[in-house]
Design a protein around this ligand. Sequence first.
Ligand code: PRP
Length: 178
Amino acid sequence: MHQDLEKVLITKEEIEAKVKEIAAELDRDYAGKQPLMLCILKGSVLFFSDIIRAMQIPLEIDFMAISSYGAGTTSGEVKLVKDLDRSIENKHVVIVEDIVDTGHTLFYLKRMLNQRHPASIKVCALLDKFERREADVVADYKAFDIANEFVVGYGLDYAQKYRNLPEIGVLKREIYEK
Ligand code: PRP
């Protein structure tokens, strides 16, 4: 375990097993539909690459980067940092996110993408911190529910660190309170 972690919350093996399960569900639900798998940078990059690699149906991928308008804002409005390369009109879009926290990011993102007339939009999330939800959004596919703890690893960062840890862990309080 990394020395900055208080504990491992979800092991590499648990993640692998869940990724396989969700990929099989997606294969079943999107058979014949060639979904557009949409990676929301940066946090979802590991989950995204593992999910698409485990899927067997034909699919497309694209990337989008967004950021909230500053920490602590409650408006939840998001800024588009990098848009998609191609149109999503008539496509079956699956947004792949690392974490749904307040839900504001997803709420805005779904609204923005819906204006582009996709055939459908669903959300696939690695983590759901449901206690913190403020916006009315749900993850259609979800790997793990977690409590309101400071988690890092497997894509999730603190000050851009820890994204490359193979497991998801709770960060020691002294790291983010110093
Ligand atoms: C995280 C995460 C979601 C968002 C969820 O992104 O990837 O996009 O926050 O929070 P919300 O439900 O409260 O809106 P972050 O801004 O940390 O960027 P990153 O993915 O580049 O780390």
